[in-house]
Design a protein around this ligand. Structure first.
Ligand code: OGA
Ligand code: NI
Length: 334
């Protein structure tokens, strides 16, 4: 049976709680799976409580990441990754423009970022290495602990997503055991100066992988999602919850039963802009590079045949990612 809106939430992004499910209550898991299917069809965003990630670890992750962004630019630039791949190292403000992934022109996004990948896989999937900052000294250890917590939570979410699609809960495991995820901290500095016309903290985009796990603070100038009717609406911050949002790959995998929703990060109102710095931490969960993304059996039938040709996860994501980086953009266009 499908869940209905009144069974889930009256807010745009439904708030779900994993506590009963994590305690092994079969009825809680079943109900969650129905709520998740509903939310993934309607909005592609969920807010989850009861996730089991310790608040102390999240706090440490925040503190150490902010301490990194507070270092002088020259020092941060020493941790720069390959500019053609934004999944490693430091990217300064102006280094990327998320709306480029949609072939739209706009001024650079107003955030800087630090990213790492491949922490748990024994062999780097792309043969490239992380560029860990040397300061703060404890950053690497804190980020590594956080990575493993995100891996655990992502595994739980991918089991629930499988159940929501009427599949065995282990359906995605073979493609996600060697997942090719990225952990990124986005720092949106305060805005003492007025941004340029059309310039946002992060331009409109959808994420590319199967899903993202986002932690954010409640600073002014935050996350918005685009509703079916095209309006932009704020996603309320509920303390100690993660936002789970679906990416393009999962929309394709489910034959568009589920949606990958456009979102953006807006500028703070001018009267609060001078003290509005914001940090978000995102775990972009991606299947293994060689996972073949081919319409899931429960998402097609005679009246609703598969719409998309099979493609590997690596091929699909690479084509998206390249467009968001200036240099990559030129390469992708040539
Ligand atoms: C992203 C993103 C939202 C946020 O990094 O892809 O959508 O709140 N971030 O920072
Ligand atoms: Ni995003």
């Amino acid at each position: 049976m499908r869940a209905r809106r009144e069974d889930v939430s009256d807010s745009l992004v439904p708030a779900l709680d994993l506590t009963g499910h994590r305690q092994g209550l079969a009825s809680a898991t079943k109900q969650l799976a129905q709520q998740i299917d509903w939310a993934c069809r309607e909005i592609g965003f969920l807010n989850i409580a009861g996730h089991g990630v310790s608040e102390a670890l999240i706090r440490e992750m925040y503190d150490v990441s902010l301490a990194f962004f507070d270092l002088p630019l020259e020092e941060k630039l020493q941790s720069s990754g390959d500019p053609a791949r934004n999944t490693r190292g430091y990217h300064p403000i102006g280094g990327q423009t998320l709306s480029y992934s949609l072939d739209r022109e706009s001024p650079p996004d107003l955030f800087e970022a630090l990213s790492v990948a491949d922490i748990s896989s024994p062999v780097s999937q792309r043969g490239i290495r992380n560029v860990w900052p040397t300061r703060p000294a404890e950053l690497r250890q804190v980020w590594t602990s956080y990575w493993y917590e995100m891996e655990r939570l992502a595994q739980d979410i991918s089991h629930l997503l499988a159940l929501a699609l009427d599949l065995d809960e282990t359906f995605f495991d073979k493609w996600t055991r060697d997942h090719n995820s990225t952990l990124r901290a986005n720092h949106y500095p305060s805005q003492p100066q007025h941004p340029a016309a059309g310039q946002l903290r992060a331009g409109a985009h959808s994420d590319y992988g199967d899903f993202s796990l986002l932690y954010r603070d409640a600073q002014p100038g935050g996350l918005q999602v685009q509703t079916r009717s095209g309006e932009w609406q704020d996603v309320a911050v509920i303390p100690n919850t993660f936002v789970v949002n679906l990416g393009d790959l999962l929309a394709r995998w489910t034959n568009d039963r589920w949606i990958s929703t456009m979102h953006r990060v807006v500028n703070p109102p001018r009267d609060r802009a001078s003290d509005s710095r914001r940090l978000s931490i995102v775990f972009f969960h991606h299947p293994a590079l060689d996972a073949v993304i081919e319409c899931i059996p429960s998402c097609q039938d005679a009246t609703n045949p598969a719409k998309y040709a099979p493609i590997t996860s690596g091929e699909f994501v690479r084509s998206k990612l390249l467009k968001t980086i200036d240099q990559g953009r030129a390469t992708a266009a040539s």
